[in-house]
Design a protein around this ligand. Structure first.
Ligand code: G6P
Length: 474
């Protein structure tokens, strides 16, 4: 088997397995921006992608899909429970999102996390050609950079952290705080969403290891007594903006947007929320503010409808089970109290939709509500902006989402402050078209000029530079 010059390692493969009625298996590319961004690099560099196919106990040989070699890593039902649902999504996820939900620290989960990270590292080590570049993705695989460096010192290793990195006062709760930093410091470049995340990481390294940090460089001692410089820096991720612009211009998608407005009874204003059903997204705060605005008489359900898409996520993790109950109770109460026979206050959809349908929804919505309590970036905010080709529409954006660093002309809000959130929603509903245009134009420029291809280039350029610097030091 030919070895790859470029290897991506992520918890998930970039494809979903579909089995038809006859039991025939096929693989469909999943819609993420990362896949699109890396496609050209994958093709020219004979790329390989190491990841979990998304189902427990599925064993599958490596296969080629759209010019990329896909290398499935098998997770047993127990691995899924301990490594994925447990350590990744009941420990790291809540801890790194500022303990909005309480993280649980369980030693059996950690042991599974180490074991599964080892399996991903081995698969990547096996797939990579001599001197290849390996790019590890996200919090599920924080130990992989160090494991890879030990197995294959010839590789150039990058890591990108898609979620926040918390302040030391929270990070220090983690019983394995040293091992995780050691794992990450195995990379030549450690990328974060925000400057603040990179700063939190560098501070944790200084507090726990006393390593010297200068600008974005961290001097890391190696076992042989030498030192190397790892770079920890912000690379804000983005979307495949051109594809959203293209979809937004398609007549059939625009027709679908009108159809959606029609089916909601042509309200004067449509507000939209689009999230994975996750406690980090501030869905409860958004519903509370909206419900109060109706109760206060500032919003009339005949005029304004909130569409909330909450796609199912991590449905076996307790915090997610509880959140779903809370949200569905809130939606039912608000609708029960305020619906008329012809109009619903909230149209709640616990479903995922194809990209085209999402674009039609973005086009139909006058106001987009992104009220995350903590979010690495929030790509929904960028998708909404990219689709608004007529420069109309208003984005209400939490200052706790990474996107708020770049989208300075959004209506930024602290979602914990329900009164401020209510006033901001009203301001968005009432915003004159000229002001909408001025704000939207500035945001669109930002998103179109900084798409996901630019993001991956800037990361990979920094990685190439770091690897050359490393060679010069050797
Ligand atoms: C976030 C994480 C990703 C993750 C995604 C979906 O965006 O940063 O790593 O893949 O959520 O979550 P899931 O648990 O379904 O992979």
């Amino acid at each position: 088997m030919t070895k790859a010059e470029f290897v991506v390692v992520a918890n998930r493969l970039p494809v979903d397995r579909v089995v038809d009625a006859e039991g025939n298996e096929s693989w469909r590319t999943s819609p993420g921006g990362l896949v699109t961004a890396l496609e050209p690099v994958m093709r020219t560099e004979h790329g390989a992608w190491v990841g979990w196919p998304g189902q427990a106990d599925l064993e599958h040989d490596p296969f080629d899909h759209d010019g990329t070699r896909l290398i499935p890593v098998t997770l047993s039902a127990e691995d899924v429970e301990l490594y994925y649902e447990g350590m990744s999504n009941d420990t790291f996820w809540p801890l790194y999102h500022d303990v909005i939900a309480a993280p649980r620290y369980r030693r059996v989960w950690w042991d599974a996390y180490v074991r599964v990270n080892e399996r991903f590292a081995q698969a990547a080590a096996k797939a990579a050609a001599k001197g290849a570049t390996v790019w590890v993705q996200d919090y599920q695989l924080q130990l992989v950079p160090r494991m890879l460096r030990e197995a294959r010192p010839d590789l150039t290793i990058g890591y990108f952290h898609h979620i926040p990195f918390p302040a030391y006062g929270l990070y220090s709760q983690l019983p394995w705080r040293r091992q995780v930093l050691e794992g990450l410091l195995g990379a030549d470049v450690i990328g974060f969403q925000r400057v603040a995340d990179a700063g939190n990481f560098a501070r944790a390294v200084r507090r726990l290891f006393r390593y010297e940090t200068r600008a974005t460089g961290i001097r890391v001692p190696e076992a042989d007594g030498s030192t190397r410089v790892a770079v920890a820096k912000a690379f804000p991720i983005s979307i495949d903006a051109a594809s959203y612009v293209e979809m937004a211009g398609r007549p059939e998608i625009q027709a679908r947007a009108s159809e959606i407005r029609e089916s909601l009874g042509n309200p004067k204003r449509i507000l939209l929320g689009v999230d994975r059903l996750d406690y980090t997204k501030g869905i409860r705060h958004r519903l509370k503010a909206f419900g109060e605005l109706i109760a206060d008489g500032r919003i009339d359900v005949e005029d304004v409808t909130l569409v909330q898409v909450a796609s199912p996520s991590r449905e076996r993790v307790q915090a997610y089970i509880e959140l779903r109950d809370e949200i569905e109770l809130m939606v039912t109460r608000i609708n029960g109290d305020h619906d008329t026979l012809g109009h619903s206050a909230i149209r709640y959809l616990h479903q995922g939709f194809p990209r085209e349908e999402m674009v039609a929804l973005y086009l139909a919505a006058d106001v987009m509500l992104v009220t995350a309590l903590r979010d690495g970036m929030n790509l929904v905010a960028k998708e909404y902006v990219a689709t608004r080709i007529d420069n109309r529409g208003t984005l209400v954006l939490s200052e706790f989402a990474g996107a708020s660093d770049e989208l300075g002309t959004a209506l930024r809000v602290n979602p914990h402050d329900i009164d401020a959130l209510k006033d901001t929603i009203m301001r968005a509903i009432e915003m004159p078209p000229a002001e909408q245009g001025r704000r939207m134009r500035a945001m669109r420029r930002k998103v179109l000029d900084n798409d996901v291809a630019a993001w991956s280039h800037s990361f990979l350029d920094a990685l190439a530079a770091a690897s050359h610097a490393g060679e010069a030091n050797r």
